[in-house]
Design a protein around this ligand. Structure first.
Ligand code: UDP
Length: 385
């Protein structure tokens, strides 16, 4: 199985890795050879590779040009044009990759790789089916679906399934199996022990703060304005800044204002440990982060979102009661005071709804589905419905 992803944001790689590791646990899965390829880094050349690499930078500068790029390219024809423009700068090396790996199945977890994969599969005479795993929760950019190049589509929610069918993908080719998450995201049996494991004070309530893999968005402005509430509630703050060094430095300078023991981190590999230890999460509306938090029964306060691609995620969280959308600092403070207030049933209710919304077996269900797409192993596994 050839997995195609790109290190734009944190979500595409983690989705591919989650499916890969779930595959290892399935009967028939352990013998499947998987190849994980960051296709733009491995096969792209100037200027495509540099343009894709600039995604992180585009999200970190304020105001970010990314929403404009997203909206400009988001249309059936416009998405097609963008994809066509990129092809000359990746096609040759990508074809060599496909010929070298000679996969039985190609799995794309990136919107800009589907058509390229289809073209190349057809051009090389490969018989490998193409499965696209859409890693957005609700708002699906047209690049995921234009020309319907994949044989099968895996989506993360009923909302996403509706978008796909409304664009002409036959319902029997759309599989709502959830967003794949890595191992370890589950509610802790003992919250105090989870805090100790993460090196935190077991006696204090923990607010985890995140802003995706790139650490983009307006987080520092909000934190500056809610610092008083954080101190008043005596919360222990843990901020994960991802790959954004400038954000980390800004928050480190601000940390004394967040109360005693605030911890500011860069990119970490153990997000699950911090989510299991935390009592609430303050974050932008990244799809991966939302579903990981839900799997841990961790209520989320959504304070920011990437215009366009994460817009639908606000309604996703609210509809499931898994948290609160509070896009202004004042609303974040009000929400924190309510969640961490005297009535414990408020937090308990969010925790319950978060867990109810979770689909912790998504990676395994997707891996099982992918196995059914491999002719030689199809007979050994139970198809998912
Ligand atoms: N993440 C991580 N370490 C970090 C920051 C983020 O592993 O230091 C992971 C996070 O757990 C999630 C992903 O990166 O799986 C972020 O994905 P999301 O869809 O929330 O946002 P994106 O970064 O794609 O905008």
């Amino acid at each position: 199985m050839l997995f195609l992803f790109s290190d734009t944001g944190g979500g595409h790689r983690t989705a591919a890795e989650a499916i890969d590791s779930a595959l290892r646990r399935l009967p028939g899965g352990a013998v499947v050879r998987t190849e994980m390829v960051d296709a733009f880094a491995a096969c792209g050349v100037f200027p495509l590779r540099e343009a894709i690499r600039s995604y992180g930078v585009a999200l970190k500068v304020q105001p970010s040009p990314y929403p404009a790029l997203y909206h400009l390219s988001n249309g059936r024809t416009r998405a097609r044009i963008v994809t066509e423009l990129g092809k000359p700068f990746i096609r040759g090396n990508f074809r060599q990759l496909l010929e070298r790996v000679d996969p039985s199945l190609v799995v794309s977890v990136h919107p800009l790789l589907n058509e390229l994969a289809r073209d190349t599969i057809d051009a090389t005479g490969s018989r490998a089916p193409l499965v696209t795993v859409i890693t957005d929760l609700v708002t699906i950019h047209h690049a995921w679906t234009t020309n319907i190049p994949a044989n099968q589509y895996v989506v993360a929610s009923a909302e996403a399934a509706r978008v796909c069918t409304s664009r002409g993908i036959p319902a029997e080719r759309v599989h709502n199996l959830g967003l794949p998450i890595r191992d370890g995201f589950s509610p802790p049996a003992d919250k105090r022990a989870a805090k100790e494991l993460a090196g935190l004070d077991p006696g204090r309530r923990v607010l985890l703060i995140m802003s995706g893999g790139e650490g983009g968005g307006k987080l520092s402005g909000i934190l500056r304005r809610i610092a008083g509430s954080l101190r008043a509630l005596k919360l222990q703050v843990v901020a994960i800044c991802g790959r954004n060094d400038a954000l980390r430095e800004r928050l480190e300078a601000m940390a004394p204002r967040f109360g005693a023991g605030a911890r500011i981190l860069g990119f970490v590999d153990n997000v699950a440990d911090y989510m299991r230890a935390a009592d609430a999460l303050l974050s932008k509306a990244g799809p991966g982060t939302i579903v990981e938090a839900a799997a841990c029964g961790l209520p989320i306060i959504v304070c920011d979102y990437i215009s366009g691609q994460e817009a639908g995620n606000l309604g996703y969280v609210e509809a499931r009661g898994a948290g609160v959308v509070a896009l202004e600092a004042r609303d974040v403070s009000v929400t924190l005071r309510r969640m961490f207030g005297a009535d414990p049933s408020v937090m308990a209710e969010y925790r319950r709804s978060a867990l109810e919304s979770a689909r912790p077996h998504a990676a395994e269900d997707i891996a099982r589905f992918l196995l059914t797409m491999l002719p030689e192993t199809a007979k050994n596994v139970t198809p998912v419905g």
